[in-house]
Design a protein around this ligand. Structure first.
Ligand code: AHR
Length: 337
């Protein structure tokens, strides 16, 4: 069955592909992603656009870069009054934050949903209050696309496909056992990256996924799950981690088991954060498909456009690269995150 999310994306009136300008417009307002809420309320002028942003958490290097990009861009100097909250990877915290933004009467709400389902009620409340909602990074699964104005972020299925294709072309020329470290259960990137990888590898009989479990997108989670995989399976050839952090955790587990990551057991991941790229340059990871976290400038542009009475496409897909060892070495000196 085709999921509601896929269907609604397919019938969307327009799908925009956006090349992200990677230079954040920083005003030096360098807040950190402390759990809980922060606000620049009171310090901005009367005309500042008030935006409530509910972040997933601080689970990964990617998330830290994404938070920084948003906080560095939606500054009071740029004309925003940003209210930021960290949901600590809990949907109930995000729903509470959104309700609080509605109660405060913010002009726009943006959020990156921790999981795909269960948003209709709170999004109906935002709609009833006439507050436009912008989805960043992750999709929601709803039949009613009028509940949000636009969704900006990567194509996660495509990311999984690109990893799967690389594995098929470069490692699947002989029989291989793959273990999969999944992202947060029920989240768009975990669902889509799994699907993309399976789609790209299904016709290669050499590739067998022998174990698959969530590591919740964290380094610690990736390490613990990998330790279990190593104990249960003596013949692991490849780790497919849904993000760099879990891949980095897997490296620790593999080394502790007396094996060489990148050599005895190959590792492929998604994100392209500095730590992941460094491990790739060092030969401990073998391939990374990028997921661009620098969504702040485009979020600011979308809000300003809407504020000026303009319209935006319902789906804006960000552009992602991919790196092997040599490409990582070349990219690292200029890497922003
Ligand atoms: O939603 C994007 C994913 O969330 C990133 O790939 C991962 O690192 C993060 O936790």
């Amino acid at each position: 069955m085709v999921s509601k999310k896929i269907r609604t994306q397919a019938v969307a009136a327009g799908i925009a592909v956006l090349a992200l300008g990677l230079t954040a417009c920083s005003s030096g307002d360098d807040k950190t992603a402390d759990p809980g809420s922060t606000s620049s309320e009171g310090s901005s002028g009367g005309d500042a656009i008030s935006v409530g942003f509910s972040q997933v958490g601080a689970e990964s290097g990617w998330r830290a870069a994404n938070t920084k990009s948003i906080q560095d861009t939606l500054t009071k100097d740029a004309g925003f009054d940003l209210k930021f909250s960290d949901a600590q990877q809990k949907q109930e915290n995000q729903i509470q934050a959104i309700r609080s933004y509605i109660a405060q009467g913010v002009q726009y709400i943006a959020f990156s949903p921790v999981v795909e389902t269960g948003w209709d009620a709170v999004l109906q409340e935002a709609k009833a209050a006439n507050i436009p909602v912008i989805l960043t990074d992750r999709a929601v699964d709803t039949a009613d696309t009028s509940l949000y104005v636009t969704f900006i972020g990567s194509d996660f299925v495509e990311e999984g496909k690109r990893v799967g294709q690389w594995v098929s072309d470069n490692l699947g020329t002989e029989p291989i056992n793959v273990v999969e470290l999944q992202g947060t259960t029920g989240s768009a990137p975990a669902i889509d990256r799994k699907q993309g990888f399976e789609d790209a590898t299904k016709d290669n009989a050499n590739i067998k996924i022998i174990a698959s479990q969530t590591g919740d997108f964290t380094r610690d989670g990736g390490k613990k799950v990998m330790e279990g995989f190593l104990q249960a399976n003596p013949d692991i050839d490849v780790v497919y981690a849904h993000n760099d952090d879990m891949g980095l955790g897997a490296i620790e587990a593999i080394e502790a088991a007396g094996k060489k990551p990148g050599v005895d057991i190959k590792i492929v991941t998604i994100d392209g954060v500095k730590d992941g790229m460094t491990a790739l340059a060092d030969g401990k990871i073998n391939y990374i498909v990028e997921c661009n976290p620098l969504l702040g400038p485009d979020l600011a542009k979308i809000i300003k456009t809407l504020h000026d009475g303009g319209t935006v496409e319902p789906r804006i897909v960000t552009q992602d690269g991919a790196f092997d060892q040599e490409q990582a070495k070349a990219a690292l000196p200029d890497r922003q995150y």
